[in-house]
Design a protein around this ligand. Structure first.
Ligand code: SAM
Length: 696
């Protein structure tokens, strides 16, 4: 049970003194009240365990865009590749260290928007009943998958922050209940009904045309800036039917009398010096009339019957006050200028409305299911700071390109214009799948910190028997083996013997040493000496069951377009292992080109061999090309940044014998090719058209 913090305790005492009732969430913190209702399902973990057991994975900066000399990660917008759960834990640590702040200095994230994969895809076998049962299991897993992330997101929000969770009709009701449990039912602001499609034209049944977006606030106060929906030209004509001859301005007449709950039936009002009476009642009190007329807000005129009316001009109308039915946002079609070719991309207008309403300029906006980067692009254009996370490489390259080309995209205020500005400084990070070469090249201090974080150790220098130690794992001592300083030292049995002779009676049952795998000269995970087990945490190290009771799970990349929106969960970390790729580069002359009016020859990358080289304790075997996820091409590589132009999914390639085929006319310079495996490892190469030769 959570306890009241000091401030809450003071407030509670004050409320009780004043004889007032306590807020609902205080009651549950003071008394051991059972929840009236709760969603129960298999595999639901305790919140405390989720917060404690989730591993944090350090962020490894891979590249900084819009170069700057500033080396401070706090200052940069962040694009992070990896499983969001572990990364959210890392971000939470950063929040606690004061490294995530809004424009006004409040710690945390002001606004979160997420559009998670909607539900898990399942392979169903067996009878109908069995299928229904399987479906429920998949549903429970999905709800728990999301709940875990929601718990961290709540912790990351600043005290007046808010979260928008975008879901479809399948699972949204379950998620609503776990959101009530996670945030508190009294923090639920509204459900936005968003019309996302004109309909799927199902053969039977009703078309599902809307999504639900749940809005919750973190604390008592909600930052919400009222926005107004503009009307269509047709609606304007209907609402403002008259045109002023002299000025051409559209306007309407509005009555000042009002039926029913109106003020003061039969009372007299003095309007512009005239005394008037109505049986209906008045819209405003006399003071309001006086004030509004004095401020020139309302232009009063009189009908032939002597009734007062006021004019409202169309060009002064702010629009319809925003309600929770959002049916006016234009859909993205494949040929709209906004489309970046990523399945499930959401419109910028949707995110514009959300970001404008619930954040201020300079505030921090987070999307941890970032996809094509709509949230980030809009946040950038509206002058917010942003953090985007996605576990798909395709998503990362799509976002990178979108941000680097943002000046060519639509302006938010005037969509007919281009945005025209370059994006601010941002950096790309890996979290969970690391480039070991880069880690080895870090300065000792940075390496030491990274290595400790990788194994969830606390960095805290201390000394035992004059031996320098680096920190703790739980209550046990940790040493980071300094392979840089003592480059010819190796970690062999003799080293452990020597260490033990110094430390023996002064340490507990476990002692941890972090060392590069190449420096360790024995195979065991630990060596036992006296009462102590000396554990070796090797870098690279893929199997971490010894320290975490949950098994290591790799991140997965999709093999076809349908899977791009799959739920992905990974646990632990791994190191990039470049796959082995062998290809032939073929130029295929088209027969009868003139006859068929085909201008260009075909270029083909024929993949003969593709092998992932994952690190694993048990030998693993994959068939040739089995682990290929996709091939991504940049047709005009600038020598520095990969700029994604086209993607070929493995499942589609399989049908055409693993031939990546493209027209020569697409090629505008060097071709950068990325072969991606399902574990997220890449092999990159650069080719020119001259490297392609006739099929022999
Ligand atoms: C529906 S899409 C988001 C689309 C996005 N709103 C847009 O406008 O482009 C969901 C994204 O979540 C990502 N995803 C799924 N599981 C994830 C995880 N555990 N960590 C990070 N990203 C994840 C998928 O790769 C996918 O890109």
């Amino acid at each position: 049970m959570d306890k009241l913090n000091d401030i809450e305790r003071q407030i509670a005492i004050q409320l009780l003194r004043e004889g007032k009732s306590l807020p609902d969430d205080y009651k549950s913190k003071i008394f051991d009240v059972k929840k009236e209702y709760e969603l129960i399902y298999e595999g639901k973990q305790r919140e405390e365990d989720i917060l404690a057991d989730t591993m944090a994975v350090p962020l490894q900066r891979v590249k900084t865009f819009r170069n700057s000399d500033d080396d401070d990660d706090t200052m940069m917008n962040k694009l992070i590749f990896g499983d969001n759960l572990q990364i959210l834990k890392t971000l939470l640590q950063m929040k606690n260290e004061g490294k995530l702040k809004n424009a006004d200095g409040t710690p945390g994230v002001r606004l979160i928007y997420i559009d998670p994969p909607f539900a898990t895809k399942q392979e169903f076998r067996g009878s109908k009943d069995q299928k229904a049962y399987q479906d429920k299991i998949a549903g429970a897993k999905f709800v728990e998958y999301l709940r875990k992330r929601l718990i961290f997101l709540r912790e990351l929000l600043s005290s007046d922050g808010s979260i928008y969770v975008h879901l479809d009709w399948k699972k949204c009701h379950y998620v609503k209940i776990v959101m009530d449990e996670t945030f508190g039912e009294n923090k639920f602001e509204t459900e936005i009904v968003y019309k996302r499609t004109l309909g799927h034209h199902l053969a039977s049944g009703m078309d599902k045309m809307t999504d639900s977006i749940f809005l919750y606030r973190k604390g008592e106060y909600l930052l919400f800036k009222q926005t107004y929906q503009s009307l269509t030209d047709e609606e304007i004509k209907e609402k403002f039917p008259f045109v002023e001859k002299e000025t051409g301005r559209r306007y309407t007449h509005e009555k000042l009398e009002q039926k029913s709950n109106a003020y003061s039936k039969d009372q007299i009002r003095v309007i512009n010096g005239r005394k008037v009476k109505t049986e209906l009642g008045w819209r405003w009190t006399q003071e309001t009339f006086d004030k509004r007329i004095a401020e020139n807000l309302y232009l009063i005129f009189w009908t032939k019957e002597g009734k007062p009316r006021y004019k409202r001009y169309a060009d002064e109308y702010r629009g319809r006050k925003l309600g929770n039915l959002w049916d006016d946002i234009e859909l993205i079609s494949s040929n709209s200028s906004e489309a970046v070719g990523y399945p499930t991309q959401k419109p910028e207008a949707l995110l514009t409305r959300i970001i404008k309403a619930s954040s201020n300029e300079g505030d921090l906006v987070l999307d941890c299911f970032a996809g094509s980067g709509t949230t980030l692009a809009v946040a950038e254009k509206l002058g917010r700071q942003w953090i985007g996370i996605d576990c798909g490489k395709l998503s990362i390259y799509t976002m990178q390109k979108r941000l680097l080309k943002i000046e060519e995209s639509k302006d938010i205020e005037n969509p007919k214009k281009k945005y025209g500005k370059q994006c601010n400084l941002f950096a790309l990070y890996n979290a969970g799948l690391y480039d070991y070469k880069m880690i080895k090249e870090l300065h000792w201090e940075q390496y030491r910190e990274f290595a400790l974080k990788l194994f969830q150790c606390r960095s805290e220098r201390h000394e035992i028997s004059k031996i320098q130690l680096d920190g703790y794992l739980g209550a046990d001592n940790v040493m980071v083996f300094n392979h840089q300083k003592y480059s010819d030292a190796v970690m062999d049995r003799g080293f452990i013997d020597d260490l033990h002779s110094y430390l023996k009676d002064k340490i507990g049952k476990q002692f941890f040493i972090i060392a590069p795998a190449a420096s360790v000269k024995f195979l065991e995970d630990y060596i036992e000496k006296g009462n102590t087990k000396y554990y070796i945490l090797r870098i690279p190290y893929s199997i971490i069951e010894e320290i975490h009771d949950r098994g290591f799970e790799r991140i997965k990349q999709p093999v076809n377009e349908k899977d791009v929106n799959d739920t992905v969960e990974s646990v632990g970390f791994d190191f990039i292992q470049i796959p082995i790729v062998e290809c032939r580069y073929i130029k295929e002359n088209r027969e009868n080109k003139e006859f068929f009016n085909i201008k260009e020859d075909k270029y083909i990358i024929k993949i003969d061999r593709f092998e992932s080289r994952i690190l694993s304790r048990k030998p693993v075997h994959f068939e040739n090309i089995e682990t290929l996820s996709m091939v991504m091409l940049d047709y005009d590589f600038d020598g520095e940044v990969f700029d994604l132009d086209e993607v070929f999914y493995a499942e589609d390639l399989k049908k055409i014998d693993y031939e990546v085929r493209f027209d020569k006319e697409k090629v505008k310079g060097d071709i950068m090719i990325i072969y991606l495996d399902v574990f997220g490892n890449e092999k990159r190469e650069v080719k020119r058209v001259e490297d392609f030769s006739q099929r022999s």
